[in-house]
Design a binder for this molecule. Sequence first.
Ligand code: 4NP
Length: 164
Amino acid sequence: MSEVNNKYKVLFVCLGNICRSPAAQGIFEHIVRENGMTEKIAADSAGLYGGHAGQHPDRRMRTAALYRGYGLTHSARQVRGYDFNDFDLIVAMDDQNYEDLMHIAPSVEATHKIRRMAEYLTTHKISYIPDPYYMGVEGFGLVLDLLEEGCQNLFDSIVKAESL
Ligand code: 4NP
């Protein structure tokens, strides 16, 4: 449990922090709200690449997410070293994100906080969340399908593991 606010804190991480991770954050926060757990669980997102810092999520992702009822309001930011202290769990969207996070983790203990989003998929047989940036509309829909399942299972696993 995080020392800040005593909440369990999850950080979703992708490359740009304008497509996958802000969508994961929005979906996860929606599930947290629906389950009345906002006092106990919090989320944020960040990117390994800082070039989009300050930007809202990609318009295509905002449109696709809003169509499913998720308003994405996050401002992009780069992952920072302190995130490994501030968050209880850091969830990478793909293998490259995972490797990069492992590389910048400040301690062995910090590496234990890093997970892959695909670990929480059950019905979808895919080992990573694909980058939709260069895809068409279907790519954004697929990413949202994967994230809806992954975020629900992630939420359930946290509630169970932390007895929340
Ligand atoms: P994301 O997608 O990692 O899901 O936010 C990307 C967004 C931008 C870039 C790459 C991936 N980019 O190279 O600018």
